[in-house]
Design a protein around this ligand. Structure first.
Ligand code: PLP
Length: 471
């Protein structure tokens, strides 16, 4: 390809990309569609002769963009989906351009060092131990998997078993202890690790979905052998935080009775409370635990996909993930080979977005961003509480607001779903629903640096308008 051929491709992508980014403050955030409509636009038979690359890119930008969900809009409050910080965006463009296979230092040294630096900054901003290890993975799911793989290695090693060499057949049984209100990616990670999801012991949670530490303590008293405990920072529905000192105390007592024990924290979004002086108190005692998973693509506003697996015990992390092959050129300990810390072999330079965002924001910029999302969540709760149909169910301590709608005709669940659909059709904002203890709720999640007070006020107005129209 000549330079001018590359330029045609870059132009085909970048002109519509700039237009798209410029449209974010005003464009509808979501367009409900039938899949066949999209298939009709981008589908069809694969041609024999192919199509010019710049034409493919121009067609894709024109045809698919109407069906793109504006996650990076300040008015997208669905699931827990972060926006796109400009520094992260620029870094992703470079990552795509450089097309690095970022698995080994020897293959792509520049990005290996950038990830090493980003890992150090991450531990600094989250106030986690400076010698903890970090894996840059695809998301919270794989961060939970990676940390729990390290946990499995560690508790079995302390029980005299090498799980990497000998697998689980004949291994000492691991007690897995989880909250009733865990995120679904925790049982999925347990499944991937051969530990099973339904065999985990459930500890009840309180009315704000925080683990009951007394029940945990009592349960541990009845268990012996290797034990993995999973708690959370930021419950998906309530945005609540567990009592980490109480959990750490219970784990320490269990260890004292001779049981190898590891406590993992699923902190996909809530771990970022540690980056804010006004919110850090929510995570008191969390540093006493053993591993922490979080996302770059949620509260940090790095582009998709970006997950972070952090382990206090780096040797366990490395033992669970590392790989040897005769043809690989691996570092001697003085450099970071990413494949020692994440489950991938070949991978893109995923950590560049974290590097760029942290460097651009600095410590106080991250603090302001996290605190800003939580202020916006409180503004939502205050603004919507004005409606007599709204019940704010959770203590809004972080970025999540959980709402029970009370319908004029008493059909609260049906009304909630019809209202969510009407808001999505309206396009001003997007919220998702959830089922908790058999009832339907609306959930608001603020996780975008771009959300300002006017976005929140426009979204509240749209919700209240739709709530009057829906019956
Ligand atoms: C508490 C919690 N854990 C794990 C996850 C999964 O994260 P990801 O979607 O990045 O895999 C989520 C996603 O919202 C979450 O809220």
């Amino acid at each position: 390809m000549k330079k001018s051929d590359w330029e045609r491709v870059v132009e085909a992508a970048m002109e519509p990309a700039s237009d798209y980014l410029a449209s974010l403050p005003e464009r509808a955030v979501y367009r409900p569609t039938e899949p066949d409509e999209i298939r009709g636009v981008v589908g069809g038979a694969l041609s024999d002769d192919g199509v010019d690359p710049a034409e493919v890119v121009a067609d894709l930008a024109r045809d698919l963009e109407p069906y793109v969900t504006a996650h990076a809009s300040g008015r997208y409050f669905g699931f827990v989906i972060g926006g796109l910080h400009p520094a992260a965006y620029g870094a992703e463009l470079l990552a795509a351009t450089w097309d690095q296979n970022a698995g080994l230092y020897a293959v792509a040294p520049g990005v290996a060092v950038a990830e090493e630096v980003a890992a150090g900054w991450l531990l600094d901003v989250l106030d986690l131990p400076a010698d903890a290890s970090v894996g840059f993975v695809t998301g919270g799911q794989m961060a939970n998997f990676t940390c729990l793989a390290a946990a499995r290695h560690d508790v079995l090693r302390r029980s005299g078993w090498n799980v990497e060499a000998d697998g689980l057949q004949g291994a000492p049984r691991i007690n897995v202890v989880v909250k009733t209100e865990r995120h679904s990616t925790v049982p999925r990670a347990l499944r991937h690790l051969g530990l099973g999801d339904s065999s985990a012991i459930e500890i009840p949670s309180d009315a704000q979905s925080r683990i009951d530490p007394e029940a945990l303590r009592r349960t541990l008293e009845g268990l012996s052998g290797p034990t993995i405990i999973c708690v959370e920072a930021g419950n998906i529905n309530f945005g609540s935080f567990d009592d980490y000192h109480a959990v750490a105390d219970a784990a320490d007592q269990h260890r004292t009775r001779g049981n190898p024990t590891w406590v993992h924290v699923d902190g996909a979004f809530g771990l970022w409370a540690r980056a804010s002086r006004s919110l850090r108190h929510l995570t008191e005692g969390l540093k006493r635990l053993d591993s922490w998973s979080t996302d770059g693509h949620k509260m940090l506003n790095v582009g998709y996909d970006s997950g972070l697996a952090v382990c206090k015990h780096s040797a366990a992390h490395r033992a669970a993930m590392s790989i040897q092959a005769a043809y690989l050129v691996q570092g001697d300990g003085g450099v970071r080979d990413q494949m020692d810390w994440n489950p991938d072999f070949s991978r893109r330079a995923r950590g560049l977005g974290v590097y760029a965002t942290l460097r651009s924001l600095g410590r106080s910029g991250v603090d302001d961003m996290i605190a800003g999302t939580c202020r916006a969540a409180r503004r939502f709760a205050e603004g919507l509480a004005a409606s007599d149909r709204v019940e704010i169910v959770n203590d809004v301590v972080f970025n999540q607001v959980l709402i029970r709608w009370h319908a004029p005709n008493g059909d609260d669940d049906g009304y909630t779903d019809r209202l969510l659909a009407a808001i999505q059709e309206d396009g001003t904002a997007f919220f998702s629903g959830t089922t908790w203890q058999g009832r339907r709720y609306m959930r608001i999640s603020v996780a975008d640096w771009a959300t300002d007070e006017s976005d929140v006020d426009r979204a509240i107005a749209a919700v209240l308008r739709c709530s009057e129209d829906v019956s």
